[in-house]
Design a binder for this molecule. Structure first.
Ligand code: N15
Length: 270
């Protein structure tokens, strides 16, 4: 997609509805000139005013616009008119990671290590830019066409109560210091990484057939070094990336699908 000063709705062909964000609906769309497929998030202004969200949204947009990392979902542009604010976001063709996890039951160690390494890299990048606690949870993680993990943050967490179960509840991923409303820093994100790592490998074992999955001692070692109550003793992101389990298992490319699985980006049906 080209860089330009002003965008408007007429620059896009709107495709199917793909999801509900916290403040708006998300649609598949194609930029007419380049044919580039994106996700458009449409937020109607009355909703924003009701929640006094305008200055907050603007600040979040500026933060997000500044982030450029292969594992952080891109915000390409945004525009607004009388009635709505529209965010032009990267389209993640493989959708939500928690659904992939739910379908698979658990991930093999190569896959889990690749996701944890991708997350650690993205978080290290955000921390360096002074952005902490990105509210990482399965609902906020998307996969692109190559199966690369993308943190898609900010308000992409609205899910119905009926669908919610303990694993995807919000508080489950919070570090103890946040639950206890204590002062906290970037180490809160590292706790969450430990929880996700545990969940990717262990928790989602089929309830009807509770056979303990075999997990390597290196994976257990990493989890135990992240799920440490004392935040100052938690493994830092650099050490996560250097950890033997990551070194042994993670794909350096960040993509861990088998090549034959790659399907072409689906072009929007008119
Ligand atoms: C600046 C800040 C306040 C807002 C910027 N960030 C967001 O709005 C975060 N956000 C990302 N909100 C919604 C999304 C989002 C982007 C949601 C879904 C998708 C997305 N890109 N691609 C998808 C997507 N692809 C899918 C494929 C299959 C099934 C569902 C899919 N969702």
């Amino acid at each position: 997609m080209a860089t330009r000063e002003e965008w408007s709705m007429s620059d896009f062909e709107i495709g199917k509805y793909i999801g509900e964000g916290k403040f708006g609906k998300v649609y598949l769309a194609r930029e007419k000139q380049s044919g580039y497929v994106v996700a458009l998030k449409v937020i109607f202004k009355p909703k924003l005013e009701k929640y006094r969200f305008h200055p907050h949204l603007r600040r979040e947009i500026e933060i997000q616009r500044d982030l450029d990392h292969p594992n952080v979902l891109r915000l390409f542009a945004w525009f607004h008119d009388e009635e709505k604010v529209v965010l032009v976001l990267e389209y993640a063709a493989r959708g939500e990671l928690y659904k992939v996890l739910r379908a698979a039951g658990r991930f093999d160690e190569r896959t889990a290590a690749t996701y944890v390494a991708s997350l650690a890299g993205a978080l290290a990048y955000c921390h360096k830019k002074g952005i902490i606690h990105r509210d990482i949870k399965p609902e906020n993680l998307l996969l692109d066409l190559e199966g690369r993990l993308k943190i898609a943050d900010f308000g992409w967490a609205a899910r119905s109560n009926a669908k919610r179960h303990t694993l995807c509840g919000t508080i489950d991923y919070l570090a103890p210091e946040m639950v206890e409303k204590k002062a906290h820093d970037h180490a809160v994100d590292n706790w969450t990484l430990g929880i996700l790592c545990y969940e990717y490998l262990i928790v989602t074992v089929d309830w009807a057939f509770p056979s303990t999955p075999r997990v390597s001692s290196e994976a257990k070692d990493l989890i135990s070094k992240l799920l440490v109550k004392d935040s100052s003793k938690r493994l830092c992101l650099e050490d996560i990336m250097k950890h033997p389990w990551i070194q042994k298992n993670a794909e350096p490319s960040g993509s861990c699908i088998k090549h034959k699985d790659v399907t072409r980006a689906k072009v929007i049906d008119k």
